[in-house]
Design a binder for this molecule. Structure first.
Ligand code: AR6
Length: 170
């Protein structure tokens, strides 16, 4: 089964996919950017499950490159898959962690039985990853990861991100 990649411009909290991916931080307790929007629009049920995860499996937080699912609360999606992207660093190549975010999110999606998954441009906001490189890693990783997910939708917030992903997705 091949995974189809689609690109759209817009706000990921509006997307009606089985699962949407959150560019979270290790605390799992919210933040700005996509993370802030997801918690704001999804309501308190998401934070409640995140707190329960911190109280059980992830006492020290979710490490970069890993992924975990919660309810999507009041969002149109069914689940939110929280992943923690690496912070960009010129002095160190953290590409493997960014690839891992995409791979692990798809693994969690498979566990859930999600067939459509929406991703934001992980690490390209507060975490400052150069867009072109992040787009290349995201698209290459989704293309090379075996998964039962039928459709991956990259939801890009602005023209720059949309154009960078368009160049990579061809
Ligand atoms: N829908 C889709 N894309 C969005 C939305 C949205 N509603 N809002 C922003 N973007 P960021 P990061 C784009 O900063 O770089 C948070 O505070 C945005 O333009 O959300 O992985 C977390 O708690 C950018 O291209 O995530 C962490 O502390 C992309 O989403 C930290 O930021 C990612 O930007 C994570 O930083």
């Amino acid at each position: 089964m091949t995974t189809t990649i689609h690109l759209t411009r817009g706000d990921i909290t509006r997307v009606d996919a089985d699962a949407i991916v959150n560019a979270a931080n290790s605390s799992l307790l919210g933040g700005g950017g996509v993370d802030g929007a997801i918690h704001r629009h999804g309501g308190p049920a998401i934070l409640e499950e995140c707190r329960a995860l911190r109280a059980s499996h992830y006492g020290k937080g979710l490490p970069a490159g890993q992924a975990v699912a919660t309810t999507a609360g009041e969002l149109p999606a069914r689940w939110v898959i929280h992943t923690v992207g690496p912070v960009w660093a010129a002095s160190e190549d953290r590409s493997d962690l960014l690839a891992s975010c995409h791979r692990e999110s798809l693994r969690v999606a498979d566990e859930l039985g999600a067939r459509t998954v929406a991703f934001p441009a992980i690490s390209t906001g507060v975490y400052r990853w150069p867009l072109e490189d992040a787009a290349r890693i995201a698209v290459e990783t989704v293309r090379s990861t075996p998964t039962a997910v039928e459709e991956v939708r990259f939801v890009l917030f602005d023209d720059r991100a949309y154009e960078a992903f368009s160049r990579q997705a061809g």
